[in-house]
Design a protein around this ligand. Structure first.
Ligand code: THU
Length: 137
């Protein structure tokens, strides 16, 4: 992935953030997930009055994509309202690990589009995956 591709994904994540439904936290997050065939799935955080049913932007993007028949992904960008780069929460790291490889780039951006580039494996080392599950039964 080159810098212009990364910036494109960050821009799309920032745009997806505008759709956030976050009346409780007031913290908008957007994500842009790229499938192996090149399609871009956007997601935002969607909160709920009961709090725990709330969904993060990253999982919204993953669930949209998987429900449309996608199962392999090549990158994700995340952007929020923060002045710091926003990294996926632990639950989203686990959900990403179900469908994405350890080397998949994860682009974590702040509200100005400044980003850090890492990988899913760096964010969730020694993840519990379907390989562990299948080998254990
Ligand atoms: N949130 C995300 O959507 N993604 C993250 O990576 C971090 C947190 C959301 C969840 C909640 O709606 C709000 O940000 C505050 O935690």
């Amino acid at each position: 992935m080159n810098i212009s591709e990364i910036k494109q994904l960050v821009d799309e994540a920032l745009k997806a953030r505008e759709r956030a439904y976050c009346p409780y936290s007031g913290f908008r997050v957007g994500a842009c997930l790229v499938s192996k065939n090149g399609a871009h799935y956007l997601g935002c955080n969607i909160e709920n009055a009961a709090y725990s049913p709330s969904n993060c932007a990253e999982r919204t993007a993953v669930f949209k994509a998987v429900s449309e028949g996608e199962a392999e992904f090549t990158a994700i960008a995340i952007a929020s309202d923060s002045e710091n780069a926003t990294y996926p929460c632990g639950v989203c790291r686990q959900v990403l690990a179900e469908f994405c490889g350890k080397d998949m780039p994860v682009i974590c951006a702040n509200r100005n589009g400044e980003y850090t580039l890492t990988t899913l494996g760096a964010l969730l080392p020694e993840a519990f995956t379907k390989e562990d599950f299948i080998n254990g039964i």
